[in-house]
Every structure is written in C-alpha cells, then in structure tokens.
Design a protein around this ligand. Structure first.
Ligand code: FES
Ligand SMILES: [Fe+2]
Length: 423
C-alpha cells in the first residue's frame, strides 16, 4: 500500500486535499503524485486552468524576440497568444483573437510583423501595442475601390469607439534568457515566482545569452514526467551511460533556494569523454570560482528546464499537448561575446549533439513511464527520499495550484549540500 486512493479517480477527486494525502507527507514517508495526474484528460484540463493559466510560464528565449516586429505565436494553458517586440523595444502579449467576430489572427510559430497585425477575415487591424487602427484597414493592396470604402468603415457607427476594441492583453515579463507570460489578470510579479534563482545565477549574466541552436521533440509523455526526470539523477547510471562519465554521481549536490523551482548542481564538471561532454566551448569571463566549475540545473515551475554551464545554457520548454503528449522545444544558448568561426560552430554542434543524445535517452525512458502509468494496478510508488526530494517539492507545488493554494516553497539554509537531508 502506498496511501494513494485506488484508480481510476473521478474528476471531483482532483480538487480535494485528501486525494493527495500520501504526497503531502514528509518526503521520507511520501508516495508519488497520483498516476491519474499523468493520464486523465479531466486532470489535464483542470491543470491547464489551475496551473498554466495562473502561473508565469516560460514560452521562448528572449533572443528569439530581440528585434522590432519579431513575433511568436504560441500556446499557454490551451490559449493561443501572440508575443511581439514593438518598435520601442517593449515586449507585448496578446490573445490571438480578433475583436470583431473572433477570427484567429495569426498562425502558430515565429513570424515577422512590419507594423500591424491584420485580421484575414474583414481586415480589422491593430498596431503592435494592440491598439485598433482601422475597421477595416485599407492599404495599397486592398481590392476595394476607394469610392466604395466608406460603406465598409465602422468609424462613424453609433457608439463605436476604436479605442474600446484593442487586442486583449496578457502579462509578459523577461528574466535572463527567458520570456514568460501569465494569463492571470491578478498575477503576482514574476520575481515572486522565481524566488532567489535570479540571484543564485547572477554571476552568469543571464541576460547576455543568445539562442544558437533549437530543436523540437514530440514526446508521448505527460510534461510532468519530463520535469521529474530532469530533476533527479537517480536514473543516471542506467539511462545515461555517457552522461554519467561527465556528470558523475558523487559530483551532484543539492542546490535549493526559496522559489518555485527545483535546483541541483554538479561540481566539479568533468572533462569530455569519448561520447562528448560539456566543454566544447570556452567559459565566459569573470565567473566566480564555484560557478566556473559547476553546472546548475533548475526546473522552473511549471514547465521549463534550465541548465546553466560555464560556457553555454540549455533550455527545454515543455508545452503540454494533452495528458499523454508534450511538445518539447530545446534551445542551446551561447554568450553574446563568443567569437564566430568554424571552430566555434563545431563546438556548438558538439554540444548540441551531446544534449540530443542525453535528451533522446530521457525521452525513451519517460515514454516508457507514461505507458506504465496506464496500468490501473499502479496507484503510485514510494519516493526514494535521498534523490527524489525535488520531485516531492515539485509535485506539492502542482497540488497547491490544483487546490487553489498560493505558496512559494522555502529553500535550504545551506547554499549547497552533499546529499538530501535525512528525515
Ligand atoms: S473577424 Fe477579424 S475582421 Fe472580422
Ligand atoms: Fe536523464
């Protein structure tokens, strides 16, 4: 027995504290989160509402939206959003829906906008701050003869004011290399969610990195399995025979401050092996002694993996598609001052290839877990507290949000420690 309720659960159970009693126990006694949290469409929908529509969610690398007009259409909590950099350098997020009859304005993915967002249906147009400019907007390629345009124009319609019809905005904020959005109109500042993570990583000058490579993976697993796999190194010897050579078990440390993230680090980073490694580029300048020999790994709630090394960053943005599928976008970033040239490109390729190998090993195992969780005989397992405190921390953050509890977890007193504290 592990204390979790028998399966399958009905949707009303997902909003009751007692459903999670076994995961609420201290980590040394706790069981893993109910398996239905990874398999149930009803849980997925509630989680979209309660976790993804109330949290700051990382959606892109800032350098992907660096120039005026750079645009990305993405989804958070099942809602399509337009992110755009204005001519003044501000970043804006808009719901991707026309204020007239509700047409979707832009297709998913990156694009570049010159000055306006124009609806393909009746040509209502908005500037990059979301203001409604014309209803419709006639421009040089409009097919309506100029003497007929008045009949289309909404400007003189009774009680119609364009200023009431701008695009619906969402909150957007940047930290370091990441762009976050929050659909909650009453959201607390991003800084509250991140806790002490920006301070812990300040030596890496986190806003000076640019995306050098990206790759997308379609994964047949719930996004939480990707996160939970990222935040423990218990599986290293069996899943990553290459990685464990450059990231040996004994080099791992707990690295947990206050905030909605889980943290660990490896120190010292070992040299590359014949299967590659992390040292294919030179380190950035002015790192502290500790930062210069450490790799930091943070799962930033709810869905982002951030790996920070002395010479590169690797980011995984997990976009939940449904309970059993995730689209994972990975970004490899290098410092803006890194010289250009064939050696550097080869180094970046080497890093990208190493991460790709590690990631494919992880994907294979998390997809296997997803399949296993389909077994109704399994209602959760006992946590291995020495390695799995970060999972316990993360799962309790998810439970908090599912139950409507706003709480930012505290951190350890020690900046860094050898092993998870004994209970
Ligand atoms: S729906 Fe967009 S202009 Fe009509
Ligand atoms: Fe792994």
């Amino acid at each position: 027995m592990n204390g979790n309720p028998p399966r399958p659960l009905t949707a009303d159970a997902f909003l009751r504290e007692e459903t999670y009693a076994a995961t609420r126990l201290p980590v040394s006694l706790a069981s893993t989160l109910i398996p239905d949290a990874y398999t149930s469409p009803e849980f997925f929908e509630l989680e979209q509402q309660r976790v993804f529509r109330t949290s700051w969610v990382a959606v892109a690398g800032g350098s992907q939206l660096a120039g005026p007009g750079d645009t990305l259409v993405t989804e958070v909590g099942g809602q399509s959003l337009i992110l755009v950099r204005t001519a003044q350098g501000a970043l804006r997020a808009f719901h991707n829906v026309c204020r007239h009859r509700g047409a979707r304005l832009l297709d998913p993915g990156p694009c570049h906008l010159k000055r306006i967002i124009k609806c393909p249906y009746h040509s209502w147009a908005y500037d990059l701050d979301g203001n409604c400019l014309g209803t419709p907007l006639f421009d040089d390629d409009s097919h309506v003869p100029s003497d007929q345009r008045g009949i289309f124009d909404m400007t003189d319609v009774d009680r119609f004011d364009k200023s009431d019809h701008g695009l619906h905005q969402a909150a957007v904020a940047e930290w370091g290399p990441l762009v976050f959005v929050n659909l909650d109109p009453h959201a607390a500042p991003l800084a509250e969610q991140l806790g002490d993570l920006p301070e812990r990583l300040s030596g890496y000058r986190m806003d000076e990195w640019r995306v050098a490579r990206s790759r997308t993976y379609e994964i047949a697993a719930n996004y939480k399995l990707i996160g939970e796999n990222f935040m423990e190194y218990y599986h290293l010897p069996w899943v990553h025979p290459g990685l464990v050579k450059v990231s040996p078990m004994k080099a791992h440390h707990r690295w947990q401050g206050a905030g909605m993230y889980t943290g660990m680090c490896t120190s010292p980073i070992a040299s590359n092996s014949d299967q590659g490694g992390w040292l294919d580029l030179p380190p950035i300048s002015r790192l502290s002694e500790n930062d210069a020999v450490s790799a930091r790994f943070a799962w930033v709630f709810p869905s982002t993996a951030l790996s920070v090394l002395p010479n590169h960053l690797f980011i995984m943005l997990a976009h939940p598609v449904d309970a059993a599928h995730t689209r994972e976008e990975t970004l490899l970033l290098v410092h803006q001052d890194l010289a250009e040239g064939p050696d550097v490109e080869a180094g970046i390729d080497g890093l990208a290839s190493f991460w790709d190998t590690v990631n494919r090993e992880d994907i294979e195992i998390v997809e296997r877990v997803q399949k296993g969780l389909g077994s109704l005989a399994y209602s959760g397992g006992r946590m291995c507290y020495r390695f799995e405190e970060p999972l316990h921390r993360f799962q309790n953050m998810v439970i908090d949000r599912m139950l409507g509890i706003r709480r930012v977890p505290e951190g350890d007193e020690l900046y860094e420690s050898e092993m998870f504290p004994q209970a």
